[in-house]
Design a protein. Structure first.
Length: 53
């Protein structure tokens, strides 16, 4: 699993469970050279919905 692959899951409107499983496979501090050297934590922060209950 890569940050880019997780990003695509967001594009395809994956379920919350699928996203959590993907994040569990990828170390949060591991940088992905194919996705602007971002970490999975950067992606999670970018995609969070602060209004979601």
């Amino acid at each position: 699993m890569t940050v880019k692959a997780i990003y695509k899951l967001y594009d395809y409107k994956a379920s919350r469970r699928e996203l959590l499983e993907a994040f569990a496979e990828f170390p949060l501090d591991n940088r992905d050279d194919n996705c602007y050297n971002r970490t999975a934590l950067h992606l999670a922060a970018e995609q969070v919905d602060v209004n979601q209950s």
